[in-house]
Design a protein around this ligand. Structure first.
Ligand code: UDP
Ligand code: MG
Length: 319
């Protein structure tokens, strides 16, 4: 390429979406780290879209101040806490970049990977570059066990492949993001949606990093709820299991009825085993309640979707 055309060719724009809830200690560290890395990449402009998700610390005030200092720092402030998934969506819908990336504010998605990711997406024929942790050594043993079990379960139940250790951290071309944005479900599990839209993805691995500052925003109960949402968003298999259990129980009890009737007719001694009967009734009631619970969960999802409520509400934005 001649020097002139190189000067004339417009720079590509990278939008980075950063969901933030109570990240006052991390935001500036994040800004310094990411802008330091990105300013060394040729032919690339960037915008950082921080999505303030109902913080109760000074995150919003800090973002306002940073925006005054550097117009590449943009922010969207949601009217309350809508959760990370909704915050990411708000950022994606307002990103203008040719490339779009999402990262956590706490530097657990290492900015040092960005040059490699950008090089791959520019050079190779891929639509996204996604990052995955090599291990879960940054997490507690309990959380790591729960997370691995969750991935085993969801992979057994869903046709979309989920990678253990995968993060939301991913760089995408515009055309892939546009397809993700066409999926209008308000109950979102973005990691699954990235897989569902397809396209070529290159995976890169990195050693897990501990949070730069602050504490995790996830409670154990929140993680369990998130896992149930993810499984029921990407699989109807639990419903099929329910039907299969029901059918098997009908077949077994029919056999038992035939057996008891014959025994009554021949030996005239049917009703005994009161205690075991109560156990069986309790067991079956439990199975039924469990199944009704699963049905109810899907029903509640249809109910929530049918209301058509927006996934988030913006209170203030500077883009
Ligand atoms: N986050 C958010 N809204 C929430 C919870 C989390 O925007 O309701 C953001 C948080 O500020 C961080 C990212 O999502 O940038 C990941 O959260 P966290 O680091 O607490 O999760 P972990 O790394 O422990 O899974
Ligand atoms: Mg984190």
């Amino acid at each position: 390429m001649s020097e002139k055309t190189q000067l004339d060719s417009p720079k590509e724009l990278l939008s980075i979406v950063i969901p933030c809830k109570n990240e006052v200690e991390s935001v500036e560290l994040f800004y310094n780290a990411v802008s330091g890395v990105l300013s060394k990449i040729d032919g690339l402009d960037f915008e950082l879209i921080f999505v303030e998700d109902g913080s109760t610390d000074g995150t919003l005030a800090l973002l306002r101040a940073l925006h005054e200092r550097d117009s590449r720092i943009k922010y969207i402030s949601l009217s309350r806490n809508f959760g990370k998934e909704a915050a990411m969506l708000a950022g994606f819908e307002n990103a203008r970049g040719d490339y779009i990336c999402t990262m956590d504010a706490d530097l657990q998605d290492p900015p040092s990977l960005l040059p490699q990711m950008i090089e791959i997406i520019r050079r190779d024929n891929v639509d996204s570059v996604a990052a995955k942790k090599r291990s879960r050594s940054d997490e507690s043993a309990f959380r790591s066990f729960m997370a691995s079990s969750f991935y085993k379960l969801i992979n057994a139940l869903s046709s979309v492949k989920f990678r253990d250790g995968a993060r939301d951290f991913r760089l995408m071309k515009r055309r892939m993001l546009d397809e993700v944005l066409r999926l209008r479900e308000s109950n979102r599990f973005t990691k699954g949606l990235f897989e569902w839209v397809g396209f070529n993805t290159r995976w890169i691995e990195f050693d897990p990093v501990k949070r730069a500052a602050g504490t995790t925003k996830w409670s154990p109960a929140g993680l369990v709820k998130y896992s149930i949402e993810a499984i029921t968003s990407f699989s109807t298999f639990p419903l099929e299991v329910v039907s299969a259990i029901g059918l098997a129980m009908c077949a077994l009890s029919s056999l038992a009825i035939v057996f008891l009737s014959i025994r009554q007719l021949i030996f005239h001694n049917s009703a005994f085993g009161w205690t075991s009967m109560i156990c069986i009734i309790f067991f079956l009631s439990g199975v039924q309640l469990f199944c009704i619970g699963i049905l109810g969960h899907y029903l509640s999802k249809i109910y929530m979707e049918s209301k058509g409520r927006p996934p988030y509400i913006i209170a203030e934005k500077r883009l």
